[in-house]
Ligand binder design. Sequence first.
Ligand code: DGY
Length: 321
Amino acid sequence: MKPSVLITRKLSDSILNRIRESCEVIVWENEDTPIPRKLLESKIPEVDGLLCLITESIDKELLDKAKNLKIISNMAVGYNNIDVEAATDKGIMVTNTPDVLTETTADLTFALLMATARRLVEASDYLRDGKWQTWSPMLLTGQDVYGATIGIIGMGRIGEAVAKRAKGFNMNILYHNRNRKSDVEQELEAHFVDFNTLLQQSDFVVVMTPYSAETRNLITAEHFKLMKKNAILINSARGGIVNENDLYEALVNNEIWAAGLDVFEEEPVPTDHPLLTLNNVVTLPHIGSASYNTRMKMADLAATNLLMGVNGEKPLNLVNS
Ligand code: DGY
C-alpha cells in the first residue's frame, strides 16, 4: 500500500505529480489561503507524511492526534511553527529547506535595506500622488548605504550572504553571533562585537537570527535607546524578535531613523497596525524567499524530504536527528 501524505497548500502540478507517483496525496487545493485547522486536525490521524508551510501551527495538540506520522516536511528554512520537541518525543522527523533560499532572501534583505535608506516607497508615492513640483536640494533625502556600518545579528547562511552584498558596498561589517566565524572575518573583513556595541555603532541593524524562545523580544525599548539616531532597523527574519510596540515608540520619538520590515509578529499584519501609519517604515508581506525559481526549489526540496521520510530513508534536511 502506498504511504499517505497531506500537503497543506496547492503546489505546482509537476511537484504534486512527483509525490503522487509513490504516495496517496491529500492536498488543500487552495493557493492563497491556509488549510483550515479543523481539516488539518481531521486528516492528521490518517497520514504518514505532512508537507506544510510556516502558516500552519504544528503544535503538540495536533501531534497528539497523529497516529502514523513519520515526517513533517516544512517548506521553509525557519521551523518555529513546529513543536520540534513534541515531534521528537513521538519519533517524528522534522525537515526544513535550507540553502536553496539563501541568496534570494539576502537579495530581498538588501533591497529592503536600500529601499528604506533611500525612501523609495515614499518617493514613488510622492510622485504618483502628484506632489512632485520641482527638483529640490533636500527633497526626499535619505541615508547613504555605501561606506556605512552594517551590524548583522545572526551570522548564519543568510547573514553571511547579506555580509557579502555589504562588502560590495564597501560597508564596515559588524556582526554578533553565538559563535565567531573566522572564515567570514577573513573573507569579508567582518568584525565580531558584543550585542550592545553592534547596536551602538551600526547605521543599519539587520536581524537575521532564527526565532526561538531565546530570541523572542531580543530587541526592545532599551536597545533602541542604544542605537544611533540615524539607525535603520531591518528585519527579514521573524516578527517576534523585535518588539513592535517598542519599535513604534522608538520611531515616533526619533530614537532611530527608519525601519524596513518583511516580517511581523502577527501575519498578515492587521492593516490598522500602528507601524503601518509611519512613512519611515517600509513594509513587505513576508516575501524574503519569493522568487519564482527559489519557491520552486523550496517546494521540490520539501517534496524530496517528504518522500524520503515516508519511505524510511533519512531525509536530506533533518533538524531533529
Ligand atoms: C523561511 O523559509 O523561513 C521564510 O521565512 C519563508 O520563506
